[in-house]
Design a protein around this ligand. Structure first.
Ligand code: C5P
Length: 205
């Protein structure tokens, strides 16, 4: 069983994908981490994420980087969104994601193009969304918990810029697959969102 979970930043897709993986005892891949690892390597090497040649050179990152808390920072998220717009970066990371999806027993993957490009044949697809303001509030609260607190307006502007970049790039833009179930988490608790996600997956089986 392959489950594809797509959606924008702070929609809840990561939490939902992890919960589905636990529920069905499947391995889980947060594909955003791959793009974040490319971005972290670029920033550390003082390279430019907007230059395709630079971004491609960072695709052979060391897997140990995937566990680095630096990957979760907003600076890395922004650079990941810039680097991920390059077609050569996307193709460099494609096979790794497909191999993960095709392991025996199946897998849960979350990202932006899982249901549309990486595994269009997935058994169940969810597209998770929430309003930009609600996502900004969630992100703002999370940043405040970690001690760095940009204003809510700044967080909202960053979220809108990232949505726009991810949804308008030419290669594999973020969008809901035609056969994906839509899950709006704007007014759902985490538990309610997870229960709804399980119900939607069950309905596809
Ligand atoms: O999901 P996360 O915020 O960690 O992803 C960081 C960035 O990586 C996204 O803004 C997006 O540009 C890119 N990404 C992507 N395709 C995916 C996962 C992430 O383009 N499947």
């Amino acid at each position: 069983m392959i489950i594809a979970v797509d959606g924008p930043a702070a929609s809840g897709k990561g939490t939902i994908a992890r919960a589905l993986a636990r529920h069905y005892a499947l391995p889980h891949l947060d594909t955003g981490l791959l793009y974040r690892a490319v971005a972290a390597k670029l920033l550390r090497d003082e390279l430019n994420p907007e230059r395709e040649a630079d971004a491609v050179s960072a695709c052979d990152f060391d897997d140990a980087l995937l566990d680095d808390p630096y990957l979760r920072s907003d600076a890395v998220g922004k650079a990941a969104s810039q680097a991920s717009a390059h077609p050569l970066v996307r193709s460099a990371l494609l096979q790794r994601q497909r191999r993960f999806a095709q392991q025996p027993g199946g897998a849960v993957l979350d990202g932006r193009d899982i249901g549309t490009v990486i595994v269009p044949e997935a058994d169940a697809k969810l597209f998770v969304k929430a309003t930009p303001m609600i996502r900004a509030r969630r992100r703002h609260a999370e940043l405040a918990r970690h001690g760095s607190a940009p204003s809510l307006d700044k967080v909202l502007a960053d979220i809108r810029a990232r949505d726009d970049r991810d949804a308008t790039r030419k290669q594999a833009p973020m969008r809901q697959a035609a056969d994906a179930a839509l899950l709006d988490t704007s007014f759902l608790s985490i538990d309610a969102a997870i229960q709804r996600a399980i119900a939607l997956v069950e309905a596809r089986m």
